[in-house]
Ligand binder design. Structure first.
Ligand SMILES: Cc1cc2nc3c(=O)[nH]c(=O)nc-3n(C[C@H](O)[C@H](O)[C@H](O)COP(=O)(O)O)c2cc1C
Length: 256
């Protein structure tokens, strides 16, 4: 179990009724006014605003606090021009005040586990935390040459599941690790877009881009995956192409 999952109190005092909670109203406004904006004005996003949005992005929940994300803010004029082309010249990229590549990393879990132990807010680092980041995390991610460790992990997991009961599956393949990194990074991407909205700006997430070309442009490795490009700026009057709609909740929500 993640050592950060233990809590000192079960305090529910802060739960208030929806009608009387200003935070809830503000949250609703932010979420409900966020749209994918395809045209932005010339108004720049100040550096301090963008820095705050990125800070809020990285407060997203993430597995074992391993923070497998990166954000490339593409401000260089030449790189920006090539990025727009790689985003298929979409208006959301062409008119964006800032362009951001959101990257998930499959190689960083080990370094970040070590960094957590170096920067842990308690000294000395509790033994259960040290054990978690040196043993449990390593077992979760290690695959070994030709996935030999994964094969052993798979067999051991089947046995434990049968004999002792429920056990979380570790990551066996590169794709498992990529899914893990992508899940975590997507949560940060959503935080980023909501933070931009809360600051009065807007965004458009873009999956329509040439990933190999973007990776070359940013000099990324095979362990750095651009999960989406984000165009950001101030919403133009003609920035929204259609009314927002979603299917009925009943189609998706299952109370079991
Ligand atoms: C992963 C992802 C990829 C997307 N790719 C594009 C894109 O390439 N171009 C675009 O204009 N919108 C893109 N969108 C925006 C969606 O079209 C949009 O979120 C959806 O139509 C709902 O509209 P709304 O965001 O305004 O609620 C993408 C959204 C996501 C989450």
């Amino acid at each position: 179990m993640d050592p950060n999952m233990t809590s000192n109190s079960d305090n529910n005092d802060n739960i208030a009724t929806p009608e009387h909670t200003p935070q809830l109203q503000a949250f609703r406004e932010v979420v409900e006014s966020r749209r994918s904006v395809r045209r932005f004005t010339d108004t720049p996003i100040p550096d301090d605003v963008l820095a705050d949005c990125l800070r809020l992005a990285m407060l997203a929940p993430n597995s074992s606090n391993l923070q497998p994300w990166e954000f490339y803010v593409i401000d260089n004029a030449d790189k920006r021009k090539r990025t727009v082309k790689n985003c298929m010249n979409q208006n959301a990229a062409k008119t964006a005040a800032r362009l951001i590549a959101v990257v998930a990393r499959t190689d960083i879990w080990h370094d970040h586990a070590q960094q957590i132990l170096r920067e842990y807010p308690e000294t000395p680092v509790p033994k259960k935390v040290k054990d978690y980041y040196t043993k449990v995390v390593a077992m979760d991610f290690l695959r070994g040459p030709a996935n030999v460790v994964s094969a052993a992990k798979w067999s051991a997991t089947q046995v434990v599941r049968r004999v002792k009961g429920p056990i979380k599956s570790p990551y066996y393949t590169f794709e498992d690790t990529k899914n893990w990194a992508t899940n975590n990074t997507a949560l940060a991407a959503e935080n980023l877009m909501l933070a931009l909205r809360a600051h009065g700006f807007d965004s458009c997430p873009m999956g329509g881009f040439d990933e190999p070309a973007m990776k070359r442009l940013l000099g990324l490795s095979n362990d750095q995956h651009i999960i989406m490009m984000i165009g950001a700026g101030e919403r133009a009057d003609n920035g929204i192409y259609n009314s927002q709609f979603r299917f009925d909740q009943k189609q998706f929500v299952h109370y079991v």
